[in-house]
Design a protein around this ligand. Structure first.
Ligand code: ADP
Ligand code: ADP
Ligand code: ZN
Length: 223
């Protein structure tokens, strides 16, 4: 077994449970959870230049241009101990150019495994319709699984709300773009021998266990 945590990418359509599982995995392995969507939402919330730049794309469910997204990821991966300790990438890469750039950034410390977290679209849509997110720390809840106190985040005490881009229109556009831009990554990573599949249907706890089992197998093979 390697003495660092995994270099892991979670792929999966909107609502597959990437964010939910990526935070648990990051905590479990003591590694960084990098979710580009969370970075952009935080930037909008703080009113930074980056937030201003990305908001118009996000509101419409369009992808933020590759150069902007790559800039953010490069900064985090090169200015933190993410590569040394390990990381879980969630929502990045989402296009083939992003995946190629990630390979360049990681250079001699490549990915260990890319997991396709798969759920049927009907389930994903139900999950997104009920999704609620903390405005501050981005912890994700669901109307069927709310915080303990009336829409106040269990972790940080801030408001838990529906995302601005979880409208039917923006979600349909995101799912469409996922098929066009992100699905090709499944083939991209399969060709590199990095792809694994985990079924995202069912209890969050069971999905987490399958993910950990999959990571362990890959990390042992690599060691
Ligand atoms: P979802 O997976 O539901 O689309 P995210 O929180 O991952 O939600 O992303 C929200 C929005 O942020 C996306 O619709 C897109 O505008 C932008 N975004 C996040 N990650 C990327 C990325 N890797 N490439 C391009 N745009 C991104
Ligand atoms: P993604 O990051 O892939 O878009 P999220 O982690 O935000 O997905 O999950 C979407 C919604 O589904 C959230 O409201 C989350 O609480 C809920 N959810 C996540 N995993 C499960 C699961 N295994 N069963 C039921 N609901 C789930
Ligand atoms: Zn919070």
């Amino acid at each position: 077994m390697s003495d660092r945590g995994p270099h892991l990418v979670l792929l999966g359509k909107q609502g597959a449970g990437k964010g939910t599982q990526a935070s648990r995995l990051a905590e479990h392995y003591g590694v960084i959870h990098l979710a580009t969507g969370d970075v952009f939402r935080a930037a909008i919330n703080e009113g930074t230049e980056l937030g201003f730049e990305v908001q118009r794309y996000m509101d419409r469910g369009e992808l933020v241009p590759d150069e902007i997204v790559i800039g953010v990821v490069r900064e985090v991966l090169t200015n933190s101990d993410a590569v040394k300790r390990g990381f879980v990438l969630d929502g990045f890469p989402r296009t083939v150019p992003q995946a190629k750039e990630l390979e360049r950034v990681l250079a001699d410390f490549p990915l260990d495994v890319v997991i396709d977290l798969d759920v049927p679209t009907e389930i994903a849509l139900h999950r997104i319709a009920g999704r609620r997110v903390c405005v501050q720390c981005q912890t994700t809840y669901h109307v069927d699984n709310p915080p303990k106190e009336d829409w106040i985040c269990d972790v940080c005490g801030s408001d838990v709300v529906q995302r601005d881009d979880d409208t039917e229109e923006a979600v349909m556009r995101r799912l469409e773009l996922w098929e066009i831009q992100t699905l090709p990554l499944i083939h991209f990573y399969r060709r590199r021998g990095l792809l694994a599949h985990v079924d995202g249907i069912g209890d969050s706890e069971d999905v987490f266990e399958s993910l950990v089992a999959t990571v362990e197998v890959r990390m042992t093979e690599d060691a």
